[in-house]
Design a protein around this ligand. Structure first.
Ligand code: MOS
Length: 745
């Protein structure tokens, strides 16, 4: 691979061997001398007050070091002022141990710190708590009269509210040839990454901490700890090189971090707090959602009226929202729209972004509604999408910077064999199984934020590039190395990408599918700055052939600078380093969207998803036998890691459509299936033939690498495609997710 450009190559993950051999260390794997273990105590009631906490039975046991509750907790800066985090919704962030008020079931109310994890957990179970209970409400469907508009906050930058009503929906709908009117419901989902939430806090002296944290943003956690505990930023280092799945659950600092830091500062000791699986159901979730769509179309299938309403759950203290209803008009150019999103505050913890938050919910309703129109008019579902195709986002009236969705539909349909489908429902069979083909569109944002990176020519002639960004399993480590290698003209093995340390150059939280588009250009810019600096030093050397050379006149390859016009003239990095007294050479650079032009075009990734299901009608069992996603997401840096992102998203889509749901007992206000035995996710036996097809786009508007991001799109189109395939197979239109087998009986 030495002389190939690295971008576009399907390199294996650079950390793959470390992960599969168990040598990759996760936040809970850092063992240090004198480590103490914290175990969180959770409220067993849903709402009310703590009357008393009696720790007398265990507090003097050997090995128990401290039990912190709201009564004896040390003071922190935070309890007197509001600090949230990069992903906090508007409202008042929940502060553990602040007072005796219980706001949701499972709320953290105490921390036991012991010499061993087992002692801590044992003591936690023996603490006697008396509560004063109050009535509560956790069921959204029973509290719809409380639905209201969400407050706006900083997060609205990435989560724009629904566009204002346009045209005259009521009249346009009334006059439409085809009118749909459908109501959808989605259950609660929990992120359930394999790795448990853990923070290992190393006490390095007065007010100085090194923290191994499970997070999607090292600097987000660093800022949180510094602000909440009144520490200096430079004295808080957060490191998170390996993350065993995030899916959004690590976008906010979680309460094990708060607890571990509080105990560490108080005891001046090293402390680790790990949440167990059930406790991970108390750190946020995808909210249950109700949706209502009414689309009106003419006899040719052209959609001219769109009504889309969503109602989602939030907590009593923060207004969590996601983008559910904005997508339809971004895809389909109707003149008359009425879009609204309301929230119902309930006695639950705040919901939290989960992979394609809002998109995977809203696109389900939109694309199932489109399927209904297709059947009503006897138009092929792919054809219906093409009839309503637009290169302009009609909700903002901006042209797309690129949009190869049409190619996705056409190539995807061809590769899948969509023309083999008999459009009549219940017409296709295989043995005693009904067979159904379904398709849907997927869509997600192509966003970009400010990122920074530093490039360092080391004294051995190799280059290290640094950024505080995490790699939550997406391949970031590998693709940033590829981007750097190409910019530097070096083989992959001569470049090291160091990352996931808050001391490094700034990167935002890793989420929203914006990491490659944010940090990639920063890595490129830092490497370009290094190249420029090397040329400058070379030009200053005595008798240098590069004294007058401009940056555009030279090329960088394999550790040399060449004159383009005269490739025989070159200078090696070793000579440049010698001239620099053998000292390493460092450059930092930022990259961000141009504020003057960035908002002028609409930017999105798109997919066309095709699914074949087989259904045993007597048992109601649905199997997704085949699925193909054709995706247009700009330039693909690494087809292997990108495909892996898509496949993971597709599997999650199967899960969302057919398996996943957190069940709440509303008489208790409590999640009942808070473990991996009863929270259903697909296993190998549920996953069959999955294919990904990339339709590349050449889009230098989004950023100079032309990348958009593939982290979330894979999950968006699958649930509607599966739902539509189920209709095709059975003639039954199911509007609720997940689809339970008894819905088909
Ligand atoms: Mo993802 S919900 O942006 O981590």
């Amino acid at each position: 691979m030495k002389n190939l450009p690295s971008i576009g190559q399907p390199h294996n993950r650079l950390e793959g061997a470390l992960k599969v051999t168990g040598s990759a260390k996760y936040a809970g794997d850092y063992n240090v001398d004198g480590l103490l273990y914290g175990y969180v105590v959770n409220s067993t009631i849903t709402k009310g007050k703590i009357k008393s906490i009696d720790t007398s039975e265990v507090k003097d046991l050997e090995g128990i070091v401290e039990i912190l509750t709201h009564e004896n907790r040390p003071s922190t800066a935070w309890f007197d002022f509001q600090y949230a985090d990069m992903d906090a919704p508007p409202g008042t962030v929940f502060k553990p141990l602040k007072d005796n008020v219980i706001r949701y079931n499972g709320q953290p109310i105490a921390l036991v710190v012991a010499e061993t994890f087992e002692m801590a957990r044992y003591a936690a179970a023996k603490i006697k708590i008396e509560y004063e209970t109050e009535g509560f409400a956790t069921e959204m469907a029973a509290n719809l009269e409380e639905a209201r508009d969400p407050k706006k906050g900083l997060a609205s930058l990435l989560k724009p509210p629904p566009p204002k009503p346009k045209g005259d929906f009521d009249t346009a709908y009334k006059e439409s040839f085809v009118k749909t009117d459908s109501r959808f419901s989605h259950g609660t989902e929990h992120h359930n990454p394999m790795e448990l939430y853990a923070s290992t806090v190393i006490y390095e002296g007065e007010g100085k901490l090194k923290i191994y944290d499970k997070t999607q943003g090292t600097i987000n956690s660093q800022m949180y700890v510094a602000n909440v505990f009144g520490l200096k930023m430079k004295n808080v280092q957060v490191i998170s090189p390996f993350v065993g799945g995030g899916f959004g659950s690590g976008l906010r600092p979680q309460h094990q971090l708060f607890m571990a830091v509080m105990a560490s500062l108080h005891l001046k000791r090293n402390v680790r707090v790990t949440l167990d699986r059930a406790q991970m159901y108390m750190i946020g979730h995808r909210p249950p959602t109700l949706q209502h769509t009414k689309f009106g179309a003419d006899e040719n299938g052209k959609v001219n009226a769109i009504f889309h309403e969503a109602i989602g759950e939030t907590s009593q203290f923060e207004d969590y929202v996601e983008i559910v209803v904005n997508w339809a008009n971004m895809l389909y150019p109707a003149e008359n729209t009425l879009l609204q999103h309301k929230i119902v505050p309930l006695d639950v913890y705040s919901p939290l972004d989960m992979r394609a938050p809002g998109g995977s919910t809203g696109m389900h309703a939109i694309e199932v509604t489109m399927d209904e129109i297709a059947y009503r008019l006897n138009i092929d579902p792919v054809e219906l999408r093409l009839i309503n195709y637009s290169m302009v986002d009609q909700s903002s009236e901006k042209e797309y910077s690129s949009k190869e969705l049409k190619e996705c539909y056409l190539r995807g349909a061809k590769q899948f064999g969509w023309d083999q489908r008999n459009p009549v429902p219940r017409s296709m069979k295989r043995g005693n199984k009904l067979v159904g083909y379904g398709m849907a569109t997927g869509m997600w944002d192509a966003n970009r934020l400010l990122g920074r990176a530093e490039a360092i020519l080391k004294s051995d002639g190799k280059v290290e590039v640094q950024s505080a960004v995490t790699d939550i399993g997406t391949g970031t480590f590998t693709i940033m190395t590829q981007i750097a290698a190409d910019q530097l003209g070096l083989p992959l093995e001569d470049v090291t990408f160091s990352y996931a340390d808050s001391k490094m150059a700034f990167a935002p939280i890793q989420g929203g599918s914006f990491t490659t588009a944010t940090v990639g250009p920063a890595v490129k810019a830092a490497c370009e700055a290094l190249n420029k600096k090397l040329l400058k030093i070379a030009g200053l050397m005595e008798g240098s052939a590069f004294a007058k050379a401009k940056f555009k006149d030279v090329s960088f390859k394999d550790g040399y600078i060449f004159l383009k016009d005269n490739p025989g003239t070159k200078i090696g990095y070793d000579e440049i380093l010698k001239h620099n007294d053998g000292k390493e050479i460092r450059t930092k650079n930022s990259a961000m969207p141009n504020p003057l032009t960035y908002g002028k075009k609409a930017r999105a990734v798109h997919s066309a998803v095709f699914v074949e299901v087989e259904i045993d009608e007597e048992l109601g069992v649905i199997e997704v036998k085949r699925a193909l996603t054709a995706v247009a997401a700009g330039k693909i840096i690494n087809p292997k890691t990108a495909e892996s992102q898509l496949l993971g998203g597709m599997i999650w889509g199967i899960s969302k459509a057919l398996h996943e749901e957190t069940i709440t007992d509303h008489t208790l206000g409590k999640y009942m299936n808070d473990d991996l035995a009863e929270y259903h996710i697909p296993v190998h036996a549920d996953i069959h033939d999955l294919q990904v097809l990339f339709v590349e786009e050449d889009d230098k508007f989004v950023n100079d690498l032309g990348v958009k991001g593939v982290g979330e799109i894979g999950g968006v189109g699958m649930p509607p495609a599966i739902t539509n395939a189920v209709y095709h197979a059975t003639g039954k239109r199911i509007y609720d997710l997940p689809i339970h087998f008894d819905y088909l009986l």
